[in-house]
Design a protein around this ligand. Structure first.
Ligand SMILES: [Zn+2]
Length: 267
């Protein structure tokens, strides 16, 4: 059966990963811009990356029957140098009208620093001015709750409709506040950090299935591009119906992403 992986970094994955995801039923992915594992040497490095996300990766995905969409930004890990970040942000508008670009992401905070917050606010402003969806990265571990709240406050202060924002990497201690404030919530499934498939199903059982999705966030680190279908196995093992699986991994992503006229499933 068909599913969407709404957060995965395919530039870091092999062609075999595409093959396996397609065989498992993946019909569409969305790929946020993120940290490459090293800081780019110049803003022009981001121009090449945005070309990869908008020109190269859609073709790789299409070869496996998978629709590819993306999000553009400078990630919080490279946002400490505000002057550098401003040069990168100046590149974004020329790519925003490309056909697979859904919005701005994954923006957010990493260490919750003042400079990161300034760059976050500037990128929220780009999304607001161009009326685009937003995908938010939240910090890890001890910084997560504070960073999630700071980000939600920045979005509120900018007058952004929370229904057009997905807050990703939620965990047990952040999911309630994210949903209560009207945002969409994403659970990132990692083999040994963030959320395991078991914890994700626990969270769905506690918080319900409205405005929530799961994703693999597969990247260049230890991660599993098949963690979404593996989480479906855990849901079925616990006796959940296929309708719930479809809601989490097909209907909810389609409802959120479909707020952009560019989002369309293949076929
Ligand atoms: Zn990511």
């Amino acid at each position: 059966m068909a599913y969407i992986d709404p957060h995965i970094h395919m530039v870091s994955r092999t062609t075999d990963d595409y093959r396996h995801m397609a065989a498992a039923g993946c019909v569409a992915i969305t790929e946020p811009a993120f940290w490459a594992g090293f800081d780019r040497g110049s803003p022009e490095g981001f121009r090449d990356y945005f070309r990869q996300l908008t020109e190269v990766e859609p073709k790789r995905a299409a070869a496996h029957g998978i629709a590819h969409f993306c999000w553009l930004c400078i990630n919080p890990k490279e946002a400490e140098d505000v002057g550098f970040a401003r040069e990168v942000m100046a590149l974004i508008p020329e790519f925003l009208d490309r056909p697979n670009v859904l919005g701005i992401g994954e923006i957010g905070l990493n260490k919750n620093s003042r400079n990161e917050l300034e760059v976050l606010q500037a990128q929220i402003d780009i999304a607001r001015r161009h009326d685009r969806l937003i995908l938010v990265h939240t910090p890890h571990l001890e910084d997560k709750l504070k960073g999630t709240r700071l980000t939600m406050d920045a979005l509120r202060d900018a007058g952004v409709d929370p229904g057009r924002v997905l807050i990703d990497h939620v965990e047990e201690h952040t999911v309630g506040e994210v949903l209560d404030r009207g945002f969409w919530a994403g659970m990132t499934l990692y083999p040994d950090s963030k959320c395991t498939p078991q914890r994700a199903v626990d969270i769905i059982e506690c918080w319900g299935s409205e405005r929530i999705w799961i994703n693999s966030a597969g990247d260049w680190g230890h991660s599993d591009p098949l963690s979404v279908p593996k989480c479906h196995v855990e849901m079925r093992r616990r006796g959940h119906l296929q309708a719930l699986v479809d809601r989490i991994s097909l209907h909810n992503p389609t409802a959120f992403l479909g707020q952009s006229a560019r989002f369309r499933l293949p076929g």
